[in-house]
Design a protein around this ligand. Sequence first.
Ligand SMILES: [Zn+2]
Ligand SMILES: [Zn+2]
Length: 343
Amino acid sequence: MAASDLLTLTSAGLYCPQGDFFIDPLRPSPRALITHGHSDHARAGHDHVLATRETLGIMALRYGEQFAAGTQAVRYGERVTVNDVTVSFHPAGHVLGSAQILIETKACRLVVSGDYKRAADPTCAPFELIPCDAFITEATFGLPVFRHPPLQQEVEKLLRSCALFPDRAHLLGAYSLGKAQRVMALLRQAGWDRPLYIHGAMEKITRFYQEHGVDLGDVRKVAAADRPTLGGEIIICPPSATQDLWARKFPDPVIAFASGWMRIRARARQGGVHLPLVISDHADWDELCQTVTETGCREVWVTHGAEDALVHWAAQRGLQARPLHLIGYGDEEADEGGAEVSA
Ligand SMILES: [Zn+2]
Ligand SMILES: [Zn+2]
């Protein structure tokens, strides 16, 4: 059986006819399997949602407990029969609860990766390689220019700046779900033991991580009155907040931004970023190529990002490759309005 019989492209997103379900559908759907909690993948209003417990929790946090008529939590590796197919969720290493979804029939194994990375992340389960016949990969950073540097080196840049400018506040822009908690954990690993301060917009999601056993140390919400007193501290906030009036009350702030896009100097300059940190929750070019190769797949479909380069690379290696041109999935690393989990 061809992979294209197992999963088809519709205007609402990827649909599995034999299982009668959608994956990360763009519109309210009767049955949705959700890879992870970012808002372009996890939308409200489906009749039934199958996802990891953490992803369901993130959806409830964002949309309220009534975000779907019915839900079912699935553990990593647990096999669930949905009509004529078997599905299972496997760690994607992207954010807490994120999963690749394996769809199996006797004839074919197909993996939808969602968003993923291979680099270390103390805040979520590490990416698990799933051998398959067909692999659907994201390609947010699907160009050879995107090679994420070692994490320690990027974290060290921030710590060095804190040491050089001990009287200035360091405002670190980071996406509210995933990136913010990851940089906190990385700072702890690097030995930063002062309290970490966060913008109110990321308080709920950060507490959610802590309640799920992610150790972030002493994390405090910034009170308006405290801002002028936070010289020498690290304050983590949605990227857009670094450009707000909100940021001006801190003592002579150094603006940092953690994103894979910080690899592009012009982008950092445009955003008024003094200290670009190349820290990404998406696979870089090498990780994308490595992962496609290691799955042993014969067929690869490429979605959101620079699709053509990866399609070309795969075709040269004798794989069947196609770009999906799915519209409607964003890129949270570029999102200046990262304050979405603010309710
Ligand atoms: Zn994502
Ligand atoms: Zn995505």
